[in-house]
Write a protein that binds this ligand. Structure first.
Ligand code: SAM
Length: 432
């Protein structure tokens, strides 16, 4: 049941729309997914994905669905899409990201917005994905690895610490702040109880500190996307107003309006309400610090180490270096993160044991079939068996390492001997 104070606040905020808002609790939350455009174009996805989809109006790559089986399709495990709440797709959509940008996702876990930024970077630049919670960062890393990116680091720290270490460093920042979660009450009623324990007054000082740190972390001309999944003006427009008052060189940028969007108080940002859009509640606001300056992006190719297995690769790596840490080989993007707790300092390529190189699942997911010298396509049934860890029998005779794919999208590695493929999927990635 919604608390009286909350109902009172919402009545105040929504006025004559209040009854429509209450009625929206009778509707089912909308289920939606976002296509990983770094792996597949939206049109190709729509041609081959077997479930009925309806476009999310504010983003080209987002779709609503009804069928509960959607997240069990092999394409999900091939990283072709991510299940993301439709309104939560807006911040990543609204932050302009240019190729070569250095981007910080400051409160990133479980990572829906990080994935969109990585799509926009298109294999260039760098995403530093951070969250204070190590356990939530594990889910974040799994999501990034499944979708097959190379140009990222996952760090685990209080983002306020970053402002001391990297002032003026980032071209773009997304601050999807911890909040009282009012916009998610329909989807996750347990948040109502949490709201009673920790309401707006708990989050406001936290958000003020976080937005202050974010502005400090921005380069001159850099952009900040502030978002929450709550409605209270104290956590939304007033936090932005606080930052605008604190930093004279900070300004608001316009956000493209779509049907059902509501302008925030005093024209600050945009609010999404579940009675006006097909999605849950969200607030999004775009800011810029000073004026944009022209920048030059350098592209420096890294040399692959002399390891037998890597001769199978036909892939170039840029702006980073290969490093062996505790018998594991990584491609580490250029970013000085010494002294910062790091969950993953770039792409894990594999483990170097005494006699052989054990390629990682993350490496398989980051490849296109033409980037590995041998690949095989499985049908749907075989793909599901492969994902369950089974040995695969095919009609083709192959020898040695093979990139196992569905419709040209990798699921993992195998080792072929004649028509049988030994399953090399990482045990932690096996599905039940
Ligand atoms: C709204 S959630 C982020 C959702 C995420 N952006 C996404 O799209 O999947 C807020 C996150 O902020 C993290 N957080 C809270 N305080 C933080 C801090 N001081 N520094 C970094 N992360 C923080 C929480 O652990 C939580 O994962």
């Amino acid at each position: 049941m919604l608390p009286d104070t909350y109902l009172h606040n919402m009545k105040d905020l929504l006025k004559e729309e209040f009854d429509d808002y209450l009625a929206s609790f009778d509707d089912e939350p909308v289920k939606s997914l976002r296509v990983n455009t770094s792996k597949i174009s939206v049109s190709d996805f729509l041609k081959s994905f077997p479930y009925e989809l309806e476009k999310v109006p504010w983003t080209e790559d987002g779709f609503c669905y009804k069928d509960n089986e959607v997240n069990k399709h092999p394409y999900y495990y091939a990283g072709l899409y991510y299940i993301q709440e439709a309104s939560a797709m807006l911040p990543g959509e609204m932050l302009p990201v240019d190729e070569g940008d250095i981007v910080l996702d400051a409160c990133a876990a479980p990572g829906g917005k990080s994935l969109k930024i990585l799509n926009k970077l298109n294999g260039t630049g760098l995403l530093v994905s951070n969250d204070i919670s190590a356990s939530r960062c594990n889910a974040l890393l799994r999501n990034i690895e499944r979708q097959g990116y190379v140009n990222y680091l996952v760090i685990v720290t209080d983002m306020k610490n970053l402002a001391v270490r990297y002032p003026g460093y980032f071209d773009k920042i997304i601050l999807d702040a911890p909040c009282s979660g009012e916009g998610m009450f329909r989807k996750d009623p347990s948040l109502i109880e949490a709201w009673v324990r920790r309401g707006n007054e708990y989050y406001v000082p936290v958000q003020k500190e976080l937005i202050t740190a974010a502005v400090k972390l921005l380069k001159e001309g850099g952009m900040l996307l502030y978002s929450t999944c709550t409605f209270s003006p104290e956590e939304d427009e007033e936090i932005v107003r606080y930052a605008l008052n604190a930093f004279a060189d900070l300004k608001l940028l316009p956000i493209k309006m779509h049907e059902g969007f509501t302008k925030g108080k005093d024209g600050i940002g945009v609010k999404l309400f579940p009675h006006k859009v097909k999605g849950e509640g969200h607030f999004t606001c775009l800011l810029q610090k000073g004026e944009k300056r022209p920048q030059e992006h350098i592209k420096r190719k890294a040399d692959l180490p002399d390891i037998g297995f890597l001769k199978h690769l036909k892939k170039d790596f840029y702006n980073g270096e290969f490093m062996t840490i505790n018998d594991k080989l990584y491609f580490v993007p250029d970013f000085d993160h010494a002294g910062i707790r790091t969950l993953r300092s770039g792409l894990l390529l594999g483990e170097i044991t005494r006699y052989l190189f054990k390629p990682s699942q993350a490496l398989a997911m980051s490849l296109r079939p033409d980037e590995f010298d041998q690949s095989i396509n499985l049908d749907n049934g075989q793909a599901l068996r492969y994902l369950k860890g089974e040995t695969i029998r095919t009609g083709t005779d192959l020898e040695g390492y093979v990139l196992v794919c569905i419709d040209g999208y990798p699921l993992g590695f195998g080792k072929a001997a004649g028509s049988s493929i030994k399953n090399l999927i990482d045990r932690g990635w096996i599905i039940r």
